[in-house]
Design a protein around this ligand. Structure first.
Ligand SMILES: [Zn+2]
Length: 244
């Protein structure tokens, strides 16, 4: 059983003796969105597969270094790229694709706004898609909302543009974006690892040396435990959560 499912059960038990709370609504929303078959947080699988995902790139220094690390370990990952950075560094995105990684949409300008209108977000997503089509000639499968926000408008904007939405496993955000030390990033990811996880890390948005050092440690430890690292499409498509 996934951790969030336990949380749902626990919340239901608590609600039977207390008043309804906002947290229940948020959890229920996730379940309802998952039923669309187009919104994912992770895969419900017994297989020992994990997806490493990296947001906010491409970055001219961090991303090539990260690609070197992934290549050395023969690991495929998924990059949620920002359209304006794709325009600036298309060669790095081409390298991601050439080396077997998946490239996905993380808006054009990384606009951080939970209350963004559906129309404004559609333009952000579509603009990033146009840049990806013009520079590296791909149409991404997945979109990840900035900040992990998911409102009806955000989900509908993506679905109307035929993008699946991929958030991340709630137990796999080691907060590398907040300057978390390398050892804590590693410990968080390794301690919480379970098959089907979508792990949230960042190659863009600032100095990511701690993240890069963590990736160098996480991969061999989890490989030794029998885990395989796959792209988001490979993790999610064969056994999507809504079929269970
Ligand atoms: Zn981001």
């Amino acid at each position: 059983m996934k951790r969030y499912q336990l949380l749902v059960l626990l919340t239901i038990v608590l609600l039977s003796v207390t008043d309804p709370s906002d947290s229940f609504a948020a959890i229920k929303e996730r379940y309802e969105y998952e039923q669309t078959g187009k919104v994912f947080w992770e895969a419900d699988t017994d297989e020992t597969k994990l997806a490493l995902t990296f947001d906010d790139g491409p970055h001219p220094a961090n991303t090539p270094e990260l690609l070197d690390i992934l290549k050395a370990y023969n690991v495929k990952a998924t990059f949620f790229v920002v359209g304006k950075w794709v325009e600036a560094y298309p060669d790095i995105v081409q390298r991601m694709l050439d080396e077997g990684h998946e490239v996905a949409n993380h808006t054009y300008s990384h606009i951080y706004d939970e209350a963004i209108t559906k129309e404004d977000l559609m333009e952000e997503i579509d603009h990033a898609n146009r840049v990806l089509e013009e520079t590296v000639h791909i149409r991404p499968t997945y979109f990840r909302p900035v900040g992990g926000y998911y409102t009806d408008d955000i989900i509908d904007a993506a679905i109307d543009l035929k993008q699946d939405v991929l958030l991340w496993s709630w137990h796999q955000d080691p907060r590398d974006w907040a300057g978390t030390p390398t050892t804590e990033i590693v410990k968080h990811v390794v301690d919480h690892a379970q098959g089907g996880d979508v792990i949230l890390l960042h190659d863009g948005g600032g100095d990511r040396q701690k993240t890069l050092r963590a990736v160098k440690l996480i991969i061999p430890v989890l490989k030794h435990q029998g885990y395989q690292f796959v792209t988001a499409s490979e993790l999610l498509k064969p056994s999507p959560i809504f079929l269970h």
